[in-house]
Design a protein around this ligand. Structure first.
Ligand code: ATR
Length: 291
């Protein structure tokens, strides 16, 4: 059944497969109710066996104004967009779609989420000056790595040390860090890759609950370095514990998830929402992760 248009009611959601685990509805519906808006944000499962373009056309027909896009559809969303922002064009991946007046706009806010969160935990001088002058070490070469590399480059970081178990995968994505100077390190040399770095970012799956641990020496990191793990289950990975015991600032990835939602909400509802402690606690409680 096709819904009748409801001009002042905003219908959005998150597209993925599987999508049942997504906390995005919780985040957006919290903001909808907080700002007393008329709208809803739902899970939109799309089977990768179906034609993505046809599925998007159905959503538009049902008066959806847009959607977030997650695994495995970010590349398909890129292909379906009529207009792209610079970050989506650079990454070849879209995580935010807006449908307006017959045009599909595609954006990518993953790297923004990382940077915006980092900004809230780092001292402003460190964030704006030191971080650009010291090398940054990034571990991994997956989808999240790509967005983080591009965000670091956009922020003006001078040097990026990129280190992944499969070296070729790191080499394939190194260009996304330009104009930063990106050096690829062998996985076995990861202790050297962190040498002198002002920020270490783990984007590998190592350290997740019930998974393998990340084995790395942090002695070479700068004394004021920040260690950022994009993993948030567990909330505090062994890497973060190790960083804390060296007296370094240790930051988990839940904030990145919350911050990447801000521009999406603003695009659809015209209100810039805040990532508050209350929202953080709400999502945390739902994830049932021990603090
Ligand atoms: P994403 O979901 O972000 O796309 P992914 O493609 O699943 O990520 O990649 C997970 C990352 O963890 C990769 O960088 C992977 O290294 P490879 O490119 O060599 O596969 C890394 N990773 C997973 N298990 C690992 C292990 N046991 N040792 C080292 N790195 C590992």
């Amino acid at each position: 059944m096709i819904d009748t248009p409801q001009i002042d009611f905003t219908k959005v959601g998150v597209i993925g497969w599987p999508i049942s685990h997504s906390r995005s509805p919780m985040i957006h519906n919290y903001w909808i109710s907080k700002h007393d808006l008329r709208g809803t944000y739902t899970r939109l499962p799309i089977d990768p066996a179906n034609d993505f373009k046809t599925e998007i056309a159905k959503l538009i027909e049902q008066n959806y104004q847009g959607a977030n896009v997650t695994i495995p559809h970010k590349e398909a969303a890129f292909a379906v967009a009529d207009e792209l922002d610079a970050m989506a064009a650079r990454l070849g991946a879209v995580n935010l779609l807006t449908f307006s007046a017959g045009t599909i706009h595609g954006r990518n806010t993953d790297g923004y989420g990382f940077m915006a969160h980092l900004k809230t935990v780092a001292d402003p001088i460190y964030f704006n000056i030191a971080l650009k002058q010291k090398p940054v070490c990034v571990l991994g070469a997956g989808g999240a790595t790509r967005a983080i590399l591009a965000a670091l480059a956009e922020h003006g970081v001078g040097e990026i040390h990129l280190c992944n178990r499969t070296r070729e995968r790191a080499e394939e994505i190194a260009h996304l860090g330009v104009p930063s100077n990106v050096t690829v390190f062998n996985w076995d040399d990861r202790d050297q890759a962190v040498e002198g770095c002002g920020l270490l970012v783990n984007t590998t799956s190592l350290g997740m609950a019930d998974g393998l641990a990340l084995d790395i020496g942090l002695a070479g990191l700068a004394d004021e370095a920040i260690v950022y793990d994009i993993i948030y289950t567990p909330l505090e990975t062994e890497l973060l514990k190790q960083a804390k015991s060296r007296g370094l600032k240790a930051v988990g990835g839940l904030g990145m998830l919350l911050h990447q939602a801000v521009p999406a909400f603003e695009a659809w509802f015209g209100v810039r929402p805040e990532v508050t402690d209350a929202l953080y606690e709400l999502v945390l409680a739902d994830l049932e992760i021990p603090k």
